[in-house]
Design a protein around this ligand. Structure first.
Ligand SMILES: Nc1ncnc2c1ncn2[C@@H]1O[C@H](COP(=O)(O)OS(=O)(=O)O)[C@@H](OP(=O)(O)O)[C@H]1O
Ligand SMILES: Nc1ncnc2c1ncn2[C@@H]1O[C@H](COP(=O)(O)OP(=O)(O)O)[C@@H](O)[C@H]1O
Length: 207
């Protein structure tokens, strides 16, 4: 039996300098850009391209990439549904802290279950959670297969692979959808541009 129990007798500590002060300093508004989609759909590519574009504009962002977090913070988690749920929950909590710090936090994880993504959304004021759906067809992701994982999943060497024998639940109400036009995927710069335009129009790139 676990000896870990929920904390009791704890109190929230307020500081004099808060999120509005940090946002003013940075001339931007803290938020979470949550990129979800199949493996190989272009989540990391968009996250990096977006980070670069924001940096060029003098805006402070930080990328939380699912693969990278699994090297550290989430290294104890696998791909069972409950592990994925905990992976998303922890990442959501970290993203919330970055947003509170005033940063534009870009989280890129498969995050296949709608309920888990919605739980992260519920951690923040609604407008501050911007869900980006990489709506790329499975056949495209599988043809890209940059890590050879779809091949392993198809041959049964990886079990519970998203899109093959584990579900991906597409968002019902995402803020931004990235998809092919006439069978062509937008370039990384164009994908980032779509997100930057959204952030600009909603006032996140000024304090
Ligand atoms: N079973 C299974 N299903 C899906 N993905 C798998 C699996 N096993 C390993 N990988 C590799 O792990 C990366 C996904 O990690 P995430 O933390 O984003 O996944 S999740 O959000 O918890 O579902 C994912 O990275 P991306 O390809 O960048 O999406 C894969 O490289
Ligand atoms: N917009 C794009 N146009 C062309 N190739 C892309 C695009 N986005 C991603 N790719 C390529 O697809 C592969 C998977 O992209 P990646 O960003 O690693 O996906 P994910 O993080 O969702 O697994 C990589 O080889 C990447 O170079």
């Amino acid at each position: 039996m676990s000896t870990i129990t929920n904390s009791t007798n704890i109190f929230w500590q307020e500081c004099q300098i808060g999120k509005p002060d940090r946002q003013k300093l940075l001339n931007q508004k803290g938020c979470v850009v949550w990129i979800t989609g199949l493996s190989g759909s272009g989540k990391s590519t968009l996250a990096c391209s977006l980070g670069r574009e924001l940096h060029t504009r003098g805006k402070l962002s930080y990328v939380l990439d699912g693969d990278n977090l699994r090297h550290g913070l989430n290294k104890d988690l696998g791909f069972k549904p409950e592990d994925r749920t905990e992976n998303i929950r922890r990442t959501g909590e970290v993203a919330k802290l970055f947003a509170d710090a005033g940063l534009i936090c870009v989280a890129s994880l498969i995050s296949p279950y709608r309920r888990d993504r919605d739980a992260c959304r519920a951690m923040l004021p609604d407008a501050n959670f911007i869900e980006v759906f990489m709506n790329m067809p499975l056949h495209l992701c599988e043809a890209r297969d940059p890590k050879g994982l779809y091949k392993l999943a198809r041959s049964g060497k990886i079990k519970g692979f998203t899109g093959i024998d584990d579900p991906y639940e597409p968002p019902l109400n995402c803020e931004i959808e990235i998809k092919q036009e006439n069978g062509v995927c937008p370039t990384p710069t164009a994908m980032a541009g779509q997100v930057v335009s959204y952030l600009e129009n909603k006032g996140f790139l000024r304090s």
